[in-house]
Design a protein around this ligand. Structure first.
Ligand code: NIG
Ligand code: FE
Length: 408
């Protein structure tokens, strides 16, 4: 056998559903890499002979390998911060009240319109580094803090540049319909026209997005407006996803599912009809415990129903300055379990296998098996449940991206 590198002295949480053990685990395993892909994987006792003189062999000190983590929902390109609103909320104001008074998303929009591409890139790079340090190898980044053509394109270009200059793979989502900008305060339909007639064609022309998202909510876009945007995106061949059922139940998830959305995200207020629609279309349910925690929400997403209908559950950070200023994927594994009562295995699937599905990259990443990209992490833990159990001590020892050691 001729391989580029071999890892031994490891246990592997493959997350491959075809391996029946919990976490798809193979204990006392070995894994071989060739040309950035997994070339062999299995119990060490079955490792075929290979040229030990010419092949680097790494020892994992009996730690665990998992697929590289995937954070499938972030807004990590933004300027400014909203610490002042955090203070206001602690004095009694609600997220909705602040948004209606021109704060919230709109205050971040002001900061983004003023920021240069270089400033936004540097801020994004630091945040991407923070996620990468914790084992994230694929991330989704949304625009949505521009709300005019020029700034939306600027944010998307920054996301694209981050992907070019960082080992983390970046999937980009155009979220022009994130909030109604002040200029269109009393005419949201005209803003939707702008998104459809000017922004979306420009985004497509420059090849700046893989997917399109909308915030479907009372304080943002109606069901009808959302459907217009998602239908146009679908027609243009882009993936679609949705911020839905976060503060109320408008039926956005069911509508998006019928259009074939990859995921619907937040979904605290999703009802059974909505869950059924997701299961029929194979749409993922993205749970965002950071926003639930930070906004001190009390309405739980319908986890048991999602399980019952076998809807793939995704966990993501939703990292953004307003509702989830928590730039940590590992923290979400913990919160997914403590706040939403996921099992540690469900939580890890939500940041690996199911997250890959939500981003349409499941053919190459998200589970460890032969032929998949060699994106994986080595953790100094004794059981995979430890990843969700404890938080704060650095247990990420190595990260491989396409077979290259990249851990900082
Ligand atoms: O995912 N829900 C809408 N959008 C973001 C919040 C953005 C913000 O408050 O800046 C979210 O929670
Ligand atoms: Fe979000």
């Amino acid at each position: 056998m001729s391989w580029d590198q071999v890892w031994i002295d490891v246990n592997i949480a493959t997350m491959d559903p075809e391996i029946s053990a919990p976490y798809g685990a193979i204990t006392d395993a070995a894994i071989a890499i060739k040309e950035g892909k997994i070339a062999w994987m299995g119990p060490r006792s079955e490792l075929p002979e290979f040229d030990v003189l010419s092949t680097p062999v790494y020892r994992g000190k009996d730690g665990w390998l998992t697929p590289g983590l995937i954070d499938a929902h972030t807004h990590l390109v933004f300027a400014g911060n909203r610490a002042n609103e955090f203070e206001l909320r602690l004095q009694g104001a609600s997220y909705e009240e602040i948004a209606r008074a021109g704060g919230g998303i709109i205050s971040t929009v002001k900061a983004c319109r003023e920021a240069s591409e270089a400033e936004l890139f540097e801020l994004g790079r630091q945040r991407l580094n923070a996620l990468a340090k914790e084992g994230v190898t694929t991330v989704e980044i949304k625009s949505g803090y521009g709300l005019d053509t020029e700034t939306e394109l600027k944010l998307l270009r920054v996301a694209r540049e981050l992907g070019k200059h960082h080992h983390v793979d970046v999937k980009i989502t155009f979220l022009g319909a994130h909030a109604i900008p002040p200029e269109y305060k009393d005419n949201s339909d005209a803003y939707v026209d702008l998104v459809l007639d000017e922004m979306l064609p420009a985004v497509i022309q420059e090849g700046l997005a893989d997917a399109v998202d909308v915030f479907c909510e009372n304080i943002a876009f109606s069901l009808a407006q959302t459907e217009r945007v998602l239908s146009a995106a679908k027609q243009a061949g882009l993936d679609i996803k949705l911020h839905a059922e976060q503060l109320s139940n408008l039926g956005g998830s069911a509508m998006a599912a019928k259009l074939g959305a990859k995921s619907v995200d937040h979904i605290e207020y999703l009802d059974e009809a909505g869950v059924k629609a997701l299961s029929e279309s194979g749409t993922c349910a993205t749970l965002l415990p950071g926003a639930f925690y930070f906004l001190r929400e009390t309405q739980m997403p319908p986890i048991d129903m999602l399980r019952q209908y076998e809807v793939p559950m995704v966990l993501a950070s939703d990292y953004n300055p307003g509702s989830s200023p928590l730039c940590s994927s590992l923290l979400m594994l913990n919160m997914g379990c403590t706040l939403f009562r996921l099992t540690p295995e469900e939580a890890l699937a939500g940041m690996t296998r199911n997250a890959a599905k939500a981003l349409g990259v499941e053919a190459s990443v998200g589970v460890l098996k032969v032929g998949m990209q060699a994106d994986f992490c080595l953790w100094d833990i004794t059981t995979p449940a430890a990843l969700a159990y404890s938080y704060g001590v650095d247990v990420c020892k190595e990260v491989l991206k396409n077979g290259n050691l990249v851990h900082q």
